[in-house]
Design a protein around this ligand. Sequence first.
Ligand code: UDP
Ligand code: MG
Length: 312
Amino acid sequence: MPLISVVVPCYNEQEVLPALYAELRRVAGLMDCAEFEFCFVDDGSADATAELLRAWSREDGRVRFSSFSRNFGKEAAMLAGLRMARGDFVALMDADLQHPPEMLIEMYEAVKDGEYDCAAARRTAREGETKVRSGGSALFSKLMNALSDTEYVEGATDYRLMRRGMVEAVLSLPEYNRFTKGIFSWVGFKTKWIPYVSRERAAGETKWSFSKLLRYSIDGMMAFSTKPLALSSILGVISCAIAIITLLVTVVKTLIFGNPVAGYPTIVSLILLVGGLLMFFIGMLGQYLAKTYMEAKHRPIYIVRETEEGLK
Ligand code: UDP
Ligand code: MG
């Protein structure tokens, strides 16, 4: 029988984990055409998440877990889970039941015969989310498509079931600054998008503040596009052209009409404008350089403290 691994990143999810585990067992019971393993990754939780996982892994041979030495972020947790998974099919889902486990049945139908390599959930509407956030994520998809060559489907979530081949492809990307959504699209493969309506979190609270989300979006764009770097050269050429034209106009005007009093305010604003643009682009250059610096260090993306086999 094929083995399906379900990877779940968990950060301070003690309130919702029991409900998720119950739901996963129910769905696994419904799908008797496959075997299951549950790969939980405790992303350095400060609550009882690790204790729960430890207890379950003792009772239930299907439960495996990795517990990080500190919080390394969802990207690192997803990577650890994908590395841990031994299944012929690997699913990735959030712990908070916003990704309904029963969708696995439909996803498995799509990938089991190899018609698709991946079945992924696409959010069509969101319950209980602020306008700012859903507007922000729509804007992000648009920008991402404009900036990078990889196609970015609006409402795409991380919730998906992949065949082993695609998982290996995702794991073959060694980068430190990981943006999994972009990576999924970059590796290609045939993906079936299954629409669903996102529910409110079953319990606990979101781990993403607005500023964390904004930073994540900027990181994602930088990881998949170098177009912003080219923008500064283009603007530089344009402003040089304007400067040459105004210079010529000034010289000709002075020769013909003499030199009337110059406009200081114009000069001051232009200096500010050019200075500001320069600073902005030097800053952006610095951001890319910082990413390269972090990549060049070759640090591990996460550190595991404990697994179901015991402390490291
Ligand atoms: N998560 C994680 N590490 C973090 C933040 C979040 O592993 O540093 C996990 C979290 O436990 C959950 C998933 O990522 O399973 C999505 O988080 P959340 O539901 O808070 O995000 P949202 O649904 O609000 O985007
Ligand atoms: Mg959530």
